[in-house]
Write a protein that binds this ligand. Sequence first.
Ligand code: FAD
Length: 323
Amino acid sequence: MTKKILAVGEIRDGEFRNVSYEAVAAAKEIASGGEVVGVLLGENVSGLAQELIQYGADRAVVVESEKLSSYTPDGYTQALQAVVEQENPDGMIFGHTSIGRDAAPKLAARLDSGLVSDATAIEVAGEEVIFTRPIYSGKAFEKKVVSGGKIFATIRPNNIAPLEKDESRSGDVSEVTVDIKDIRTIIKDVVRNTATGVDLSEANIIVAGGRGLKSGDNFKLLDELADVLGAAVGASRGACDAEYCDYALQIGQTGKVVTPDLYIAVGISGAIQHVAGMSNSKVIVAINKDPEAEIFNIADYGIVGDLFDIVPKLTEEFKNVVV
Ligand code: FAD
């Protein structure tokens, strides 16, 4: 049976985060030929709605409000609930981002539905929607079968391929008016903690540093390499604990979970808690002076040596090959 599925878009700095398009692709798969409706919340965001349609949504619904200019749990829940009440969909897909992780369970609970979180793949078999999701810190995958009821899910960025953008597509964009009230969180300032401006959770390439870097100043070596590669900079908790960098960069069990095409681990030992956050990267390169370091057990390519020699050389070499 075909379904009507909502895909929630996320905007940052006036542009969609990639996971928005991935949510549309996931919604399309689940809809099985039914309708996909892009959902957009924010202030002065209506102009972007067609883009969700160009990536595969059939139409879009927008909630415009100055109270939605930044994420707040109260504001978003009220707006999303109003959209669900108006659209009465069979399901709703969010990115597994800070916003999706906060808003999706709240909304699902309010609507008395279950939630599949952090899905990395989706299949449809008749009436069943089968979600694959990591468990035990990424060491195993389980399949969650949802049949009947509303389907709420968050999808892990960089796992479900977006559909190709088709600029000839257009569709209806309608507005839902919501009287948003009683927002208990006041956002005073938003401080960004990335050196290169590339978002860690959606980056295709990540250069991550560990305690082997020995100081915060030495993280500049990683910034330079990341700059040449168009990569994001991440870190182990060891590096964060040593105050070499901010905790916003931490990758691992208690940090961010990332799945880039290329992960370069520099001076990171490969503790199980770190590996939990990056082991699903497509290609892993490790640079470590200890040939016995655990990180080499999961690396596709290993360089044994002093990172202070190797990283500047790599940066110089990549300058010649990266256009
Ligand atoms: P170290 O283990 O000290 O490794 C440094 C590495 O650098 C060594 O392998 C060394 O050989 C290499 N090195 C040193 N000098 C050089 C050089 N000049 N050139 C090349 N290599 C060099 N950790 C995380 O990362 N993320 C998490 O989310 C996380 N969550 C945790 C949750 C819990 C409950 C606990 C208990 C721990 C958690 N940890 C996490 C911490 C984790 O166990 C490790 O302590 C941490 O990952 C180690 O960081 P590191 O690899 O940078 O440091």
